[in-house]
Design a protein around this ligand. Structure first.
Ligand SMILES: O=C(O)CCC(=O)C(=O)O
Length: 210
């Protein structure tokens, strides 16, 4: 008998249509109107621009991001609403959001896991996508197994505790003509949530009209 390799399921929850059409459209437009900047990283002693635009919003926190201390801007209303709805749905508390804007298929984010000490030991990270659909890849660190998601506008993918420890993720470049995409990752910050594994709170959750 041939034994097939066991497929490992990534610890994620995926809601392909988290946003209704109105919010989907309006929040994409509002996101486009925010201030974006193209960050730099140091590679082999050289400073190079990252292939995407970024922005940061939070509860008045200082975030250590790629070796730099960045002050989070105060939340725009729609992002606070998004954060609160994600909390109501999942039970996870987030006090920080990192935005990535991919203007064309040339913009991307390489393989990485979000395992900075500032976001706690086993964080849950919720990723809300707006605009053009892009491929999001997860790769298991040990087995190399990959799982693909097509993140359409209005979809929500929650990377549960354990995902950053055991998996890496990426949004690769694409030669396909694609329009702009904006992604928000909602994250915890140890300044506000402590340093243990992130757990859903036990507040009873209302049913959501999403
Ligand atoms: O754009 C995405 O879907 C992923 C963003 C991401 O990997 C990150 O912010 O760490």
């Amino acid at each position: 008998m041939i034994s097939l390799p066991t497929k490992i399921e990534p610890p994620v929850q995926f809601y392909p249509a988290f946003l209704n059409t109105g919010d989907n459209f309006a929040w994409f437009q509002k996101s486009q109107q925010l201030e974006w900047s193209r960050g730099e990283i140091n590679m082999y002693g050289k400073s190079i621009l990252v292939p995407r635009d970024e922005s940061l919003f939070g509860d008045g926190l200082r975030y250590q991001y790629r070796g730099k201390k960045i002050e989070a801007n105060p939340w725009p209303d729609f992002l606070l609403t998004a954060r609160d709805r994600i909390h109501a749905l999942s039970g996870y508390l987030f006090n920080f959001a990192v935005g990535n804007r991919y203007r064309t298929g040339k913009d991307s984010i390489g393989w990485h896991s979000d395992d900075f000490p500032q976001i706690g030991k086993r964080p849950a990270i919720a990723s809300l996508s707006l605009g053009s659909t892009r491929l999001f890849k997860l790769r298991h660190k040990e087995s190399g197994q990959t799982v693909d998601y097509h993140l359409e506008s209005g979809s929500l993918l929650i990377m549960l505790p354990g995902c950053q420890e055991d998996w890496i993720h990426a949004v690769p470049k694409t030669a396909r003509p694609v329009g702009e995409r904006i992604n928000w990752t909602f994250r915890p910050h140890v300044d506000a949530v402590g340093n243990g594994e992130q757990k859903p709170d036990d507040i009873p959750r209302p049913l959501l009209d999403i």
